[in-house]
Ligand binder design. Structure first.
Ligand code: SF4
Ligand code: SF4
Length: 461
């Protein structure tokens, strides 16, 4: 099949194939098709493509969109292409649609918006691409332009959540009842990881308290606490502080940091530059070696904001370099399956979770089958496209029912992936019990933290 770069119009990617109907995702696509949403497909000129109010030019330059050489290496790693078999639902197909529209060769068509909305944003295509097409950057720009031009609109709940996420203190207070419900184990299962969040004490206050008690002397880091992590899953932030201090790392948690902007990026909403500027102000003047993050999506977003200032490191990758303190050997029948978040391996381009970090947990562990494949979480994709997300997870979680290990632990390093994995059990995809943990929790010494002898990593200066 010819996927040449010329102006010919018979390429498969520009054909409006009907989505495959032999899968839930395909059926969902048919149900959500533009005609059914009250939009007329193929209305030429109904909405000027890639233009924003005020006549502002699109920041997508032609070279960026033309950098795809149509080789197709990305197709087999794309979760939506694997689900639907639809070229338009692949990286190559989406890039082709966007390019043809930007060049004025494709009239406005709601199907283009539909296929844009189908993308999980996992960035697996970037890793597979021999031409280094910056798919993520292009996708974010297109999404944002679609929202600005009112071609798409995130659901009300997500717009509210984004508004709150930009105000971390308010978000934290609004989520107080949710933290209390998590403490009492009363929220739906997908929110209930092992551990209980502190209701009132913040990670900044906790970190300051532990720093004064233990006075570590090693490398200095600032911790990104995140908006959802701090307001709902702060037990993971507390565990991160304990693990770092046990490993003789000096931890600072700036109180004026804000949301990393990933939430807004995932939905194409406004406000990312303001949040990036807030975080640059909060972090860049600190006397630290790096900013560390325990959430791969947040770390990726903050990395973009901090470019040219401080390095932003995934906390497990950072600990892997230090050589973490080892936990006692765990019961021999217990087994940990490690899943790799897309925004860690494809976004931050980190090779994986360091083996010495996993060995230090004391558990027998192995990579989960399909560990490098997307779990369907995609930031807020499992809210926007729940059927697709569930079907992507169904394929990936199948192994758990027959996997060895008792207890069985699925461990990863991104809170939204953890919620998605928890939904595999509560949603009936996996029948046997298993626990979802953040890998930092497996290294956690707990409240009885005793710092290790300070010989392995020395004072920075
Ligand atoms: S980001 Fe993921 S879902 Fe989107 S096109 Fe790339 S591989 Fe497919
Ligand atoms: S792998 Fe890269 S160059 Fe090849 S089709 Fe996909 S996006 Fe285009």
């Amino acid at each position: 099949m010819d996927f040449g770069t010329g102006t010919g119009d018979k390429h498969a990617v520009t054909t409006r194939n009907e989505p495959a109907q032999n899968s839930a995702a395909g059926r969902s696509a048919m149900e959500n098709r533009p005609e059914k949403r009250g939009l007329a497909p193929g209305l030429p000129g109904a909405c000027p493509p890639f233009s924003v109010p005020g006549g502002k030019a699109s920041p997508l330059d032609g070279d960026l969109l033309a950098s795809c050489v149509h080789c197709g290496f990305c197709l087999e790693v794309c979760p939506t292409y694997k689900l639907t078999g639809d070229e338009n639902n692949s990286p190559r197909g989406r890039l082709r649609l966007w390019r043809e529209e930007a060049e004025g060769r494709l009239p406005y068509d709601p199907w283009t918006d539909f296929y844009t909305s189908e993308c999980v944003g996992c960035l697996a295509c970037e890793s597979a691409c021999p031409a280094n097409v910056p798919y993520g950057q292009i996708f974010e720009t297109v999404q944002h332009e679609h929202v600005v031009a009112k071609r798409s609109r995130p659901p009300y709940l997500l717009r509210m959540a984004a508004m709150l996420a930009a105000r971390p203190n308010l978000f934290s207070w609004v989520m107080l009842p949710a933290r209390l419900l998590r403490q009492a184990g009363l929220l739906p299962h997908r929110f209930l990881f092992a551990g209980r969040p502190a209701a009132i004490q913040s990670t900044a206050a906790y970190s300051q308290q532990l720093m004064e008690q233990h006075r570590p002397t090693g490398p200095r880091v600032a911790l990104l606490t995140g908006c959802l992590m701090e307001s709902l899953f702060r037990e993971i932030n507390f565990a991160t502080v304990r693990v770092l201090i046990e490993n003789n790392v000096q931890v600072t948690v700036p109180r004026d940091q804000g949301c990393c902007g990933a939430f807004q990026e995932h939905t194409g909403m406004n406000g990312v530059p303001v949040l990036q500027e807030q975080n640059r102000r909060a972090f860049q003047s600190l006397d630290v070696d790096a900013v560390v993050s325990n959430s791969s999506g947040c770390g990726l977003a903050l990395g973009k904001a901090m470019q040219g200032t401080l390095p932003v490191r995934d906390v497990l990758d950072f600990l892997g370099e230090l050589g973490p303190v080892k936990r006692p050997i765990q019961p021999s029948a217990a087994r940990v399956y490690v899943d790799l978040p897309c925004h860690l391996i494809h976004g931050q381009k980190v090779a994986g979770i360091p083996a010495n970090v996993m060995d230090a947990t004391g558990y027998t562990w192995e990579l989960a089958p399909m560990a490098r494949d997307c779990c369907g979480s995609g930031g807020v994709y499992n809210i926007q496209k729940p059927e697709n997300a569930r079907e992507i997870l169904a394929r990936k979680s199948e192994f758990l029912d027959s996997a060895a290990g008792e207890p069985l632990i699925l461990a990863t390093s991104n809170h939204v992936c953890m919620m998605q994995w928890n939904s595999a059990r509560s949603g009936g995809l996996v029948k046997r019990p298993f626990t979802v943990r953040h890998i930092i929790q497996l290294l956690d010494p707990g409240p009885e933290l005793t710092p290790a002898p300070r010989t392995s990593n020395t004072s920075r200066k």
